[in-house]
Design a protein. Sequence first.
Length: 364
Amino acid sequence: MRQLRVELGERSYPIFVGENLFQAVDLQGLIKGKQVMIVTNETIAPLYLDELKQQLPDLQVDEVILPDGESFKTLEHLNSIFDALLRMKHNRTTTLIALGGGVVGDMTGFAAASYQRGVDFIQIPTTLLSQVDSSVGGKTGVNHPLGKNMIGAFYQPKAVLADTKILRSLPPRELAAGLAEVIKYGLIYDEAFLTWIEANIEQLNNLEPKALAQAIYRSCEIKAEVVAQDEREGGIRAILNLGHTFGHAIETDQGYGTWLHGEAVGAGMQMAADLSHRLGWLSNADLARTQAILKAAHLPTEPPSSMEPQRFLELMSVDKKVLDGRIRLVLLEQLGKAVVTDSFDSALLQQTLEQHYAPEAVAE
């Protein structure tokens, strides 16, 4: 087991990475009260819920089992968590435990931020994407039909347990979606890590434990470093959204859950690299290298062929990074170095969107 910390003063917390963490980590020692509400979903509950409950023998342990999928990340389903907390008379010393992927983690965190104006919560992410990204950093929330993650709060967990053994049950699409976020860290922050990913991509695709643990640890290390500098995304933290403005537009257009988040981000990162290339920041070789690693991770590098450029612009204008009506994008000055900017020629953005629009594929 390896451990690192997200350094945020009094809100600092540990991230544990390794196998069999239910047994290796003193879970009860992380819980200050006598009540626990485990929030999970119908896919994860049969696999890990009982095992987790066995580690909490001296506490009142209740559970909420949500339907599985991004389409259920709504205010309506969030309310079912509050219903259970109130029905079981949970007080301000309760601890919520998120046992699931990004949807469960985001909703549990938002419920914890809101219930009685804030109670503790612990993240136990069960997908690669949630282990390397959404469980770390305190972004919580739900989707709105007009925009992804538009309702939520910044609220930090008390601990994150990234158990690599849990990933053995991960479907191939979910694994690829998680690798998108791993690749993102190399592209935005650490070119040497990108080189390591390229050298180890087959081991990662095959869920090789040592490679997986290293990828998770380094990804969390980078995210913790960025979040420590900018907890509420007023500056550098926004670089963590490489590909996300394009990606969120894809998810919203296609219907939440049709494309997995990581799949949409994969295509979005290639589009961001394309625009960075048009700006003269990335070389032809850099652009090809970006596409090659995404393809090696079995990720899409093109958006849905039916998405017209105008539809992209319409949805991108609702993004949380938009300021004073101007679209801001995370682009690559070079591989390993990202920048957040609105200083790009809109004609070049239009070219990128047109380059990736393939209406002829729709007619086939």
